[in-house]
Design a binder for this molecule. Structure first.
Ligand SMILES: NC(=O)C1=CN([C@@H]2O[C@H](COP(=O)(O)OP(=O)(O)OC[C@H]3O[C@@H](n4cnc5c(N)ncnc54)[C@H](O)[C@@H]3O)[C@@H](O)[C@H]2O)C=CC1
Ligand SMILES: C[N+](C)(C)CC(=O)CC(=O)[O-]
Length: 473
């Protein structure tokens, strides 16, 4: 049954949560008293709908239903999970949690708080056992980490349920077993942030120079291996011990000002704001968000190729959303969104990517007739020997497309597919591909007859498709 999340507070983070839930098929009910919340939510959703589907090679589940409500009690009605995402004030969070639990005592309550501990949030609550911190990262619809922090009185079964749900949303619940102000990641971010403020305050570096120092070096490293694994490598063959031996003394040198924090005087705030305007003021927040999202997707897609870090999480999540092909004529052999890194200098999908999409469609057909991964591992497979592609209309990043396939030949060693790529929004035919595949033995690298089971399924499929004229040219 479709699950329901209530989001209390529809700002930057609440909006991001709403998008994450909705795009993974949950129904979402939002309460935010600010009259501008609806428009802000719509803008976040717009970004998320454009960005998140590009991460995957398959379509995400059908979107859930979004509704806005005029009170907390109404919003949490029937919700399985309530994600509190109001401003970072403990009194406000207490008041909201009290209203939530009065209206829906059964729901699990996660708080987006960046720094309050679960024990602080639970003070005075009707049922502390259902309350925990679920601290996400902006943009919530793209970044997988959620710091899941229970207190000693949080019910472990509720924590487990929450972990299962977060994983199904494509997120990574990092169970923080010992509560502490600002959890794990914000303590690290805060350390870097404080040092950066000092560097600006002392005129050592501008905001842009600090950003360059991060993005051209350790920001890239952290995105794939984190801190400890990176420094282990920096120690060479001798590893972490050598690293600590060499750089340990530096911990006592004046390499950081972290013991001290600059006063956020008007002068320092002006200085940072002016430098930041000079650096990025020519771009709107929406433009910056779009650039950020496109870059994050490109990085995560690259990590998918390596099956590493956040890319490995996306790969694992994709396995759970992948659906078997419905046995229909024509077969819907591919259903996906065009990612931005598939576009070229002309601003549309590059011709090479049509080859990829039709190749993926053929893989889905092969899977359907029992010639998928296991069959290939047994030493048998199909090779494409001929394709004829017609490019009929342009396709762009962010568009959802479908490939419909008819198997026009399926006798002996031969398998011929006629593919048609269609834009989901208007049904326009974007390209067609006539593809001939030959069955091969992977050891001899020569053609051979398929296994009888595969041959039989293929012959039956081709016979069914022969009577369908829908993809006839
Ligand atoms: N902005 C960030 O980078 C991150 C923020 N967080 C945390 O997420 C929470 C929300 O922060 P943001 O979204 O950044 O703030 P925000 O200011 O963008 O949104 C807060 C929203 O809460 C609404 N609100 C205020 N009182 C409310 C009430 N009584 N009931 C319902 N809604 C109410 C406001 O109208 C506003 O739309 C905070 O706890 C923050 O620490 C967590 C991760 C990252
Ligand atoms: C600045 N911040 C403390 C609100 C940051 C976070 O909580 C996490 C993030 O997304 O950087």
């Amino acid at each position: 049954m479709t699950k329901t999340a209530a989001i209390i507070g529809g700002g930057v983070i609440g909006g991001g949560w709403a998008a994450r839930f909705l795009l993974n098929g949950w129904n979402v009910r939002v309460f935010d008293p600010d009259p501008s919340a609806e428009a802000r939510l719509a803008a976040v959703l717009d970004n998320a709908r454009h960005a998140l589907p590009m991460l995957y090679d398959f379509a995400l589940p059908d979107e859930g239903t979004l509704s806005l409500h005029s009170s907390i009690a109404d919003a949490v009605n029937g919700a399985d999970w309530v994600q509190e995402s109001v401003s970072e004030r403990l009194d406000l969070k207490h008041q909201v949690i009290a209203e939530v639990q009065a209206a829906n005592p059964d729901a699990l309550v996660g708080s987006s708080t960046s720094g309050f501990t679960p024990s602080q949030l639970q003070q005075g609550a009707a049922d502390p056992s259902r309350i925990m911190v679920t601290h996400p990262f902006n943009p919530v619809y793209l970044l997988p980490l959620v710091e899941l922090v229970p207190s000693p009185v949080t019910d472990p079964a509720s924590v487990d349920r929450c972990k299962t749900w977060l994983t199904a949303l494509g997120m990574y619940p990092l169970h923080v077993s010992k509560e502490i102000d600002a959890h794990i990641a914000d303590r690290l971010l805060e350390a870097v942030w404080r040092e950066a403020l000092w560097l600006v305050n002392d005129d050592i570096a501008t905001t842009e120079e600090i950003d360059n120092a991060i993005r051209y070096a350790f920001g890239l490293r952290w995105g794939q291996m984190g801190l400890f694994e990176t420094y282990r490598i920096a120690g060479g063959e001798a590893g972490m011990r050598h690293f600590l031996g060499q750089f340990g003394p530096a911990l006592k040198w004046p390499w950081t000002k972290l013991m001290d924090v600059p006063d956020l005087t008007d002068a320092l705030i002006d200085k940072i704001a002016h430098q930041s305007d000079a650096q990025s003021g020519h771009l709107s927040i929406r433009e910056l968000e779009r650039t950020r999202d496109a870059n994050l997707i490109a990085m995560m897609r690259a990590l998918r190729q390596q099956d590493a870090a956040s890319g490995a999480l996306v790969n694992a999540h994709q396995q759970t959303i992948r659906q078997p092909l419905p046995d229909q004529v024509p077969l819907v052999s591919k259903n996906r969104v065009i990612p931005s890194d598939w576009t070229d200098v002309n601003g549309h999908m590059n011709e090479g990517r049509y080859g990829q999409i039709f190749s993926d469609a053929a893989d889905a057909v092969l899977d359907h007739i029992g010639a998928g991964e296991d069959y290939i591992a047994s030493g048998l497979s199909y090779f494409t020997v001929e394709t004829g592609t017609k490019y009929l209309a342009e396709s762009y990043a962010g568009e959802r497309v479908q490939v419909q396939t008819r198997v026009t030949e399926g006798q002996g060693k031969k398998l011929r597919c006629v593919h048609r790529m269609i834009r989901a929004a208007d049904g326009a035919v974007l390209a067609t591909c006539d593809q001939l595949l030959i069955h091969v033995n992977l050891e001899t690298r020569r053609s051979c007859e398929p296994d009888p089971g595969v041959a039989d399924r293929l012959a039956r499929l081709a016979a069914r498709h022969a009577s369908d004229g829908s993809l006839a040219e």
